[in-house]
Each structure stands twice: as structure tokens, then as C-alpha cells.
Write a protein that binds this ligand. Structure first.
Ligand SMILES: [Zn+2]
Ligand SMILES: [Zn+2]
Length: 103
């Protein structure tokens, strides 16, 4: 019985820092990432955001409370232009933020 409790505590210890990290990352609107050109490998590229798709779902609270958390997901599509060879391509990133509705 004691072993199970320990395992649960350990799980929380592992989950909590991850959750905090996730919030920190998404608290600020991410800057457009810099991509390497898929064609010539140059780092001399510019990135512009062309679309953000927002979704979300509810999940059991991970903060040790009753109730649920709401997770908002962002799927961003960027257009990347290479200044070296002129190649243009699309790149996508996903991120999420979590709001606690636990009580
Ligand atoms: Zn290129
Ligand atoms: Zn929560």
C-alpha cells in the first residue's frame, strides 16, 4: 500500500514541473521561429505567420484538485522564405496552454 502512495507522489513530482513549464512557454506569444531552408540549408530565412488554428479540450485536472482543466491548442502555420535560394515553404508548430478549473 505504501509503495502505491509513493508511486503516486512520484508521478505528481514528475508531472508538476512539466505543467509549469508548459504554462511558461505559452504565456508569451511565441516569436516566429527561424527555419533552415529545406532546399539549400541556409539559415538566412524569414518566417511569417499566415494562420493560427485554435482548438481545445477538457481534461481531468492535473493539479490534484477535483474538476477539470481546459487545454487550448494552437496550430500555427508559417511561410518561410529563403533569402539565399528563394525557396518558399510552409512550416507548422503546435503549442498549448492549460487553464485550471479544479476546485
Ligand atoms: Zn535556400
Ligand atoms: Zn487543474
Amino acid at each position: 500500500m505504501k509503495k502505491i502512495l509513493l508511486a503516486v507522489l512520484l508521478l505528481f513530482a514528475l508531472v508538476m514541473p512539466l505543467a509549469a513549464q508548459e504554462d511558461e512557454v505559452t504565456a508569451i506569444e511565441p516569436r516566429a521561429p527561424r527555419y533552415t531552408c529545406l532546399k539549400c540549408g541556409s539559415l538566412d530565412t524569414s518566417t511569417s505567420l499566415i494562420d493560427t488554428e485554435i482548438g481545445g479540450y477538457n481534461e481531468a485536472c492535473i493539479h490534484g484538485k477535483q474538476g477539470s482543466d481546459h487545454v487550448t491548442t494552437y496550430l500555427r502555420t508559417y511561410e518561410v522564405t529563403c533569402h539565399n535560394c528563394g525557396h518558399v515553404f510552409e512550416a507548422r508548430t503546435t503549442s498549448s496552454s492549460r487553464t485550471c478549473y479544479g476546485y
